[in-house]
Design a protein around this ligand. Structure first.
Ligand SMILES: Nc1ncnc2c1ncn2[C@@H]1O[C@H](COP(=O)(O)OP(=O)(O)OP(=O)(O)O)[C@@H](O)[C@H]1O
Ligand SMILES: [Mg+2]
Length: 389
């Protein structure tokens, strides 16, 4: 699939923009702070209802205005979909698909698939579990838009359960006043297990693509692998970097996961009451990224981390391509070439060049391999111009 046209109104530093895009390569060049990443972010937002650099949508609305509009015309073969998002600082956000208003904004998900590569991807490899959960959950939602509802249900249950735990702080674990907690436990286990099973499944499907992508992008021969370290297993509470294998989830069987979850909740209940916090569930799990025998985080080099991050994104693209009836996902490379050495630059260029649409941003055009320099746009202070007029 590809974006045929992008319209922005009061989005970030754009007052208005009308931007026809091509299939194939689209390269946006401009000095720092002119609005290149903002374009990438607008397209990504339509695909995921999230930004690759901030949480929440208020920063996307142009300063001193109260309504941003992103309109994307996406095409595949001879079919087209027109998506329109209206982000409001003072009221509810709204969405239209092919000019009809949709009642839940998240129903806009699934029309456009995007994989974005950006310097922030290093955080997936190097930083906190929350970065890795966000990575896998966003991919899950693109693959199965229905899960957006499951994630938001889980958030809600978690919040309410935490509130209850805080207000029940001094009650003993077997107090009759805790019967409401039991029913929140049921919801937590049911919804949480669905998330955990889906994560496990996607990780298993991703691993072979990750291994292919890593060997295509990296110089060294080395085997990447992913395990899910889960709060459902007791040994995961022993918080060391080099934890033993029995903290890793080994099943996607829902009934089995639910049993683990329920047992674990029962055994940590008094601790939860003490802390006023839900200690078990997908919100406490992590993807452990391995390179050969070592955990990526804390052990592998900066260059290897880049290869790993790129490989995770290439693997995501492969999964989306396989699952979609609308062809390739749109690939957005936001400012990545400047960060890569010449070997990784040219390998990445080879790996993405044939994708149906690739959107690239760069401050310095020479950083972008020459085969990706077709169809150039100049970005200057919230305006975009095709280089040929
Ligand atoms: N809500 C907003 N309202 C107005 N301006 C904004 C808003 N959010 C961001 N900006 C401005 O948009 C400008 C362009 O940002 P963007 O991140 O797109 O730059 P860029 O071209 O990608 O630069 P770089 O090459 O440094 O990555 C910034 O100067 C920023 O101050
Ligand atoms: Mg940028």
């Amino acid at each position: 699939m590809h974006v045929k046209h992008l319209t922005l109104s009061n989005f970030r530093n754009y007052t208005t923009a009308e931007l026809p895009l091509n299939s194939g390569i689209n390269l946006f060049v401009g000095r720092n702070g002119q609005g290149k990443t903002n374009l990438a972010e607008a397209i990504f937002y339509c695909a995921t209802l999230s930004s690759h650099r901030v949480s929440g949508y208020l920063p996307l609305i142009k300063r001193e205005t109260n309504k941003a509009i992103i309109r994307v015309l996406a095409g595949f073969d001879d079919r087209e979909n027109l998506l329109e998002l209206e982000l409001n600082s003072d009221g509810a956000n709204r969405a239209r698909v092919n000019k009809s208003e949709i009642s839940r904004i998240r129903d806009v998900l699934g029309y456009v698939n995007v994989v974005i590569f950006s310097p922030e991807d290093l955080d997936i490899v190097k930083r906190d579990p929350s970065n890795r959960r966000a990575f896998i959950d966003e991919l899950l939602i693109q693959l199965t838009p229905r899960l957006a509802g499951v994630f938001s249900d889980y958030e809600r249950v978690l919040k309410q359960r935490n509130t209850l735990l805080r207000t029940s702080k001094n009650l003993p674990a077997n107090s009759p006043g805790l019967s409401t907690l039991d029913s929140w436990d049921d919801s937590l286990v049911r919804i949480g297990s669905e998330i955990i099973a889906n994560r496990y499944d996607i990780v298993q499907r991703m691993i072979p693509h990750l291994q292919d992508a890593y060997s295509a992008i990296a110089d060294e021969k080395n085997d990447p692998n992913i395990s899910i370290r889960t709060s459902l297993l007791a040994s995961s509470l022993v918080d060391t970097e080099l934890d033993s294998e029995d903290a890793y989830l080994q099943t996607l069987d829902r009934a089995e996961i639910e049993t683990l979850f329920r047992n674990r909740l029962a055994s940590v209940r008094s601790k939860e009451l003490e802390r006023g916090l839900t200690l078990v569930g997908p919100h406490r799990d992590d993807l452990v990224l391995f390179l050969g025998p070592l955990q990526a985080k804390g052990y592998i080099s900066h260059g290897e981390s880049w290869s790993y991050a790129l490989a995770l994104k290439l693997a995501s693209a492969a999964l989306l391509r396989k699952a979609s009836m609308a062809g390739d996902p749109i690939l957005i490379l936001d400012d990545v070439f400047a960060e890569l050495d010449s070997l990784r630059r040219s390998r990445l260029a080879d790996l993405v060049a044939d994708n149906e649409q690739v959107i690239i941003t760069a401050a310095v055009v020479e950083d972008v391999p020459s085969e990706l320099r077709a169809s150039r746009f100049l970005v200057l202070a919230g305006t975009v111009e095709g280089e040929n007029g």
